[in-house]
Design a protein around this ligand. Structure first.
Ligand code: NAP
Length: 477
């Protein structure tokens, strides 16, 4: 099914240079495809083409942009199984998670097509003071201009979509660098974009080295850098980005509070999903589970049983829940964190075993809060259990993190839900579910080290546009 060599997309056309890289199946390490590999000169050409495309892109009418996005959604739907199989291979994503991501890709483009026609403004009363009596004001949003996008490997389709679809919705040309481990998803999106009648230079999708990606960060012709990835890289890039607007979607160590009145069976099924879907390699994967002491024994036992029942193995098999981590080195790193915790006195309740890049779904309790397993981002199939008696102390513990993406809370007490919403230092509080829950139109992003700005179509469109005010003086007023 996979082509031998995937060209990159330069100014809307397929192209390739002298260099190429092999993409591996993350389960069995077999080569599945080769991709053309761009160099710095190609990046600069792409940026020049994007700059030239800025005006014609901005002139596209909203109904034309909406129609293009609708076409993409339809084509992704038609190619859904092919896309899911590619994801399964290049990211090692369990096939049902891969199908889930393709469904979200379709949603993201569909919602973008709707939002493309709603990019409105506001009439601003000016008569707030005597001297402005003769004036009227109104503002609209205009495209920010050529954008640089950098995306990670854990959602090779939908996180590309969260930058590309808003760009098309508002009329921004862009140059995108996908993650080196998973470039195929973005290149397939390019195939569908190429079916649209876009101005030349509207899009470039260029797998390349991080060094050659420098112009995406530093080149002043680009007006926005939108980055999704680790906090270490994200904040470093922001420091180099100069005058351009920067949007960062970074990592986390998401917490979930289970209060004394939670429905244990329902909570356990959601926690298993939140901690272990796509093998825990999600920025909002449940990592810290804080449980009210009164329900802890029951919840713990049910969670251990449900976790032990998860099938680990070949992500292409329908029954597999836990597939490989992105690399054996990553699985070793996380197993090392588990070992460090056990040495420090923690109990390994289930899991801990590893075969190559396959790390079993694992639960621990009694992990000292100063250890990596609590403080850093695990980014794999591991969660840590702890108990609380005082709800306020649990909220403080959730906040005792450098991250702040989303938090979950299982309670039936509306007052506690409101208090959590007010006090938790995160981008979103999810009541009655895990922090891992997301629908693609909602404002999504983090505070503290977890990021800057918001994605979710309408909100990413705000980030990718600027407000332009019109003031009119009427001397006859
Ligand atoms: P990463 O190592 O930070 O890489 C992300 C992207 O940045 C890749 O394309 C990478 O290229 C590129 N990159 C790395 N260093 C760069 C540099 N100096 N200049 C330009 N580009 C550079 O992150 P990852 O391991 O791919 O992804 C996992 C991280 O993403 C986790 O921390 C996760 O939480 C976070 N994430 C956040 C969200 C969110 O929405 N908040 C969603 C998903 C993932 P190469 O692939 O070539 O190294």
């Amino acid at each position: 099914m996979l082509k031998e060599l995937y060209p990159y997309w330069l100014a809307g056309q397929t192209a390739s240079g002298e260099d190429e890289r092999v993409v591996l199946n993350k389960f069995n390490s077999e080569a599945v495809a080769r991709v053309a590999w761009a160099d710095r000169g190609t990046l600069l050409d792409a940026i020049a083409a994007a700059q030239a495309a800025a005006e014609p892109m901005a002139q596209m009418a909203a109904y034309e942009r909406a129609a293009g996005l609708r076409h993409c959604a339809q084509r992704f739907e038609e190619r859904a199984e092919e896309l899911a199989q590619v994801l399964c291979m290049e990211a090692g994503k369990p096939i049902r998670d891969a199908r889930g991501e393709v469904g979200r890709l379709v949603d993201t483009f569909r919602v973008a097509s709707e939002e493309a026609t709603r990019l409105g403004g506001e009439v601003l009363p000016m008569d707030v003071t005597e001297r402005a009596r003769a004036y009227r004001g109104m503002w609209q949003r205009v495209p920010i201009g050529p954008c640089g996008f950098i995306t990670p490997w854990n959602f090779p389709l939908n996180l590309v979509a969260h930058k590309v679809a808003p760009a098309l919705a508002v009329g921004n040309p862009f140059v995108l660098k996908p993650a080196s481990a998973t470039p195929l998803g973005a290149l397939l999106i390019g195939e569908v974009l190429a079916e649209l009648d876009l101005p030349a230079g509207a899009f470039s999708i260029l797998p390349c080295s991080v060094d050659d990606a420098g112009p995406l960060v530093e080149d002043e012709r680009l007006k926005l850098l939108s980055f999704t990835g680790s906090h270490q890289v994200g904040w470093e890039l922001k420091g180099r980005a100069g005058k351009k607007h920067v949007q960062l979607e970074l990592g986390g160590n998401a917490a979930c509070i289970v209060d004394e009145d939670a429905d244990i069976e329902d909570t356990v099924s959601r926690l298993v999903m939140g901690a272990f879907y796509q093998s825990g390699q999600s920025c909002i994967s449940v990592q810290r589970i804080l449980v009210h002491e009164s329900v802890y024994p029951e919840l713990k036992q049910q969670l251990i049983d449900a976790t032990a029942a998860l099938i680990t193995g070949d992500p292409a098999l329908e029954g597999t829940f836990i597939g490989p981590m992105i690399s054996e080195a990553e699985a070793e790193r996380l197993q090392g964190w588990i070992g460090e915790a056990v040495e420090a006195g923690a109990s390994l309740l289930v899991g801990g075993g590893r075969e190559g890049a396959l790390l079993e779904a694992s639960l621990l309790e009694g992990v000292p809060p100063s250890l990596s397993l609590c403080r850093e981002e695990a980014f794999g199939p591991v969660a840590v259990l702890s108990t609380f008696t005082d709800f306020g102390a649990a909220l403080k513990e959730v906040n005792d993190s450098k991250y702040g993406l989303q938090a979950g809370l299982f309670t039936r007490d509306i007052h506690k839900a409101n208090r959590a919403w007010d006090e938790l230092e995160v981008g979103a509080v999810i009541v009655g579910d895990v922090p891992s829950w997301r629908v693609d139109h909602m404002p999504y992003g983090g505070v503290k080290d977890s990021g800057l700005g918001r994605e979710g179509l309408r909100f990413a469109m705000q980030e990718q546009t600027e407000m332009r005010l019109l003031v009119i003086r009427d001397p006859q007023t």
